[in-house]
Design a protein around this ligand. Structure first.
Ligand code: SF4
Ligand code: SF4
Length: 255
C-alpha cells in the first residue's frame, strides 16, 4: 500500500488538465512494483515520447515520494468486522431509474452531424468553456477532430463552430489548437447562454472579438509542476484581429 498525493478533483474527470498526474502514476507504479516496470524505463519512455524534461522529473519525484510511503499489508491485517455484510443487488435486479434513449452511432459532416443525443446535453457539468477567436483560426481541423464530444460543426466557409450544449468543458480543443489565443478556456460562470459563437462573429465580427476578449479577461490558468499545489495564473495577451501566431507544439501542449 502506498500513497501518491494529489488534488481531489471531480472536475478532473471532465477537464483535460495536464497536471502531470499520468507521469506521476507511472512513477508510483515503478516504485510499488519495479518488476512490472522500472523507473528508468518510465523515464526513458517519457523522454522518448515527449522530449520534455519536466515530465521525466515528475515521474521520478513521484517514484521517490511513493517509495518512502510503501507499507506491506498482509491478509491477516485489518480491523475485525462485527456487522453483517450487506447483500447488494445484482445489476439485473436494479429497478429502472433514469433512462436516456440511445441514438444510433453515425457520422456525417455538416452543421447538424455527429452522434449527439438531444436527451443528453452534457453542458450542465461544465466548469469552463472554450472561447474561440475565429479571426485567428487557420482552419486546421484539429479542434473538430480531437473533441471527445464531437461538439464542433464545420461551417460552409471552413471554420468550426462549437455547439456549447454538448461541450463538457474538457479543454482538449484549447490544448490542441496550434494558434496563440485562438481557443482559450474561460470560467463558465461568465456566460449566460449556449448560443452559437460563430453566428455572433458572422453577424458582428468586431463586437464578437470585443466580447470574446472581455470574457477571456487577462488571466490564463496553467497547471503546476505537481498536482495538489494549486494553479498558476499567467497573463494572457490580446492578439490583434487576424494576427495568427503559431505556437510551437510544446508550447501549445503546456499552455
Ligand atoms: S468543445 Fe473543447 S472543451 Fe468542449 S468538449 Fe469539445 S474539446 Fe472539450
Ligand atoms: S484548432 Fe484552432 S486553428 Fe485549428 S480549426 Fe480549430 S480553432 Fe481553428
Amino acid at each position: 500500500m502506498a500513497i501518491l498525493e494529489g488534488d481531489a478533483s471531480f472536475a478532473g474527470l471532465w477537464v483535460n488538465k495536464d497536471d502531470l498526474t499520468r507521469e506521476r502514476v507511472l512513477g508510483a507504479i515503478a516504485a510499488v512494483d519495479p518488476e512490472l516496470i522500472s523507473i528508468e524505463a518510465v523515464e526513458q519512455y517519457l523522454w522518448d515520447t515527449t522530449q520534455q524534461e519536466h515530465r521525466v522529473l515528475a515521474a521520478r519525484q513521484a517514484y521517490e515520494q511513493v517509495k518512502q510511503s510503501i507499507k506491506t499489508v498482509t491478509p491477516d491485517q485489518g480491523i475485525d468486522w462485527p456487522y453483517q455484510v450487506p447483500t447488494l443487488p445484482k445489476w439485473h435486479e436494479f429497478s429502472e431509474g433514469i433512462v436516456v434513449p440511445a441514438v444510433p452511432r453515425g457520422f456525417k459532416l455538416g452543421p447538424n452531424g455527429q452522434s449527439r443525443n438531444p436527451q443528453f446535453k452534457r453542458f450542465t457539468s461544465r466548469t469552463q468553456r472554450p472561447v474561440i477567436r475565429f479571426d485567428l483560426c487557420i482552419k486546421c481541423t484539429l479542434c473538430w477532430y480531437d473533441c471527445p464530444d464531437e461538439c464542433f460543426d464545420p461551417t460552409e466557409d471552413g471554420y468550426y463552430d462549437v455547439n456549447y450544449e454538448y461541450c463538457v468543458g474538457c479543454g482538449r480543443c484549447a490544448q490542441i489548437c496550434p494558434v496563440k489565443e485562438c481557443i482559450v478556456m474561460v470560467d463558465e460562470l461568465r456566460f449566460e447562454d449556449n448560443s452559437s459563437p460563430y453566428e455572433f462573429w458572422k453577424r458582428d465580427p468586431e463586437g464578437y472579438i470585443r466580447w470574446a476578449e472581455e470574457k477571456k479577461g487577462t488571466e490564463r490558468i496553467t497547471y503546476p509542476f505537481v498536482t495538489g499545489t494549486g494553479v498558476h495564473v499567467l497573463e494572457g495577451e490580446r492578439v490583434p484581429e487576424g494576427k495568427k501566431i503559431m505556437l510551437k507544439k510544446k508550447e501549445a501542449l503546456t499552455s
